[in-house]
Design a protein around this ligand. Structure first.
Ligand code: E4P
Length: 215
């Protein structure tokens, strides 16, 4: 499973990239607003930090607007993937962008039927927001499982990008199901590597290392 970071914070992205664990980056308008930087210059800087797919979301909701913004974003860097909302105009735009060779990430997916249509339209990635489904007492992971199964049944190339991940168990379950990608907040990436026995073991080794005679 590929690991993307779900962030528009350059320090977080650089930190995860330095660990060698990053395959790509996803952003969204909320994350970019938090970073407080203009979208286009931020995306270019992210592309300089990580050599992998970098999702940048359009703000328009009409076909012409999505196509215009999508082409502009894609022209910023060859690694840009255009993030498009899962609405009718979005699917029309995905069809055209994909015919032009522009990769797309169809976002805000909350059902298998939406995911099936996004794939038919030519989406490169589908982003089921599993944490937001869990937030309203649903089962977000079963949506990931449905999408993986449906795409496998029909040899569909669209990649399942498990999004809105809240904790390490989500990551393990997405990987067990066979999601192609999981996009994780920086905090969750750090949680993945933490283990108390590693810390205790290291503390003991360092204490014992001091007892080793130098000659
Ligand atoms: C995915 O691409 C989205 O940016 C993200 O995963 C949404 O997560 P949230 O529900 O934590 O905002």
């Amino acid at each position: 499973m590929k690991i993307f970071i779900d962030s528009a914070d350059l320090e977080e992205i650089a930190d995860a990239a330095a660990m060698g664990v990053l395959d790509g980056v996803t952003t969204n308008p909320s994350l970019v607003a938090k970073a407080g930087r203009p979208l286009r210059e931020l995306i270019v800087e992210i592309c300089e930090l990580v050599d992998g797919p970098i999702s940048a979301e359009v703000h328009a909701t009409d076909l012409e607007g999505i196509l215009r913004e999508g082409r502009e974003l894609a022209a910023l860097h060859p690694n840009v993937v255009v993030k498009v909302p899962l609405i009718a105009e979005g699917l029309k735009a995905v069809r055209t962008l994909s015919a032009e060779g522009i990769r797309t990430n169809v976002t805000l997916c909350f059902s298998a039927t939406q995911g099936l249509l996004a794939a038919k339209a030519g989406a490169t990635y589908i982003s089921p927001f599993l944490g937001r489904i869990d937030d309203i007492s649903g089962d977000g992971m079963s949506l990931v499982e449905q999408l993986v199964t449906i795409y496998r049944n029909y040899d569909i190339d669209t990649q399942v990008l498990a999004a809105s991940i809240r904790h390490p168990v989500h990551v393990v379950e997405a990987a067990m199901i066979g999601a192609d990608v999981a996009t994780l907040p920086h905090k969750v990436i750090l949680q993945l590597l933490q283990h108390p026995l590693t810390d205790i073991g290291l503390e003991r080794f360092l204490a014992d290392a001091k007892k080793i005679p130098s000659k």
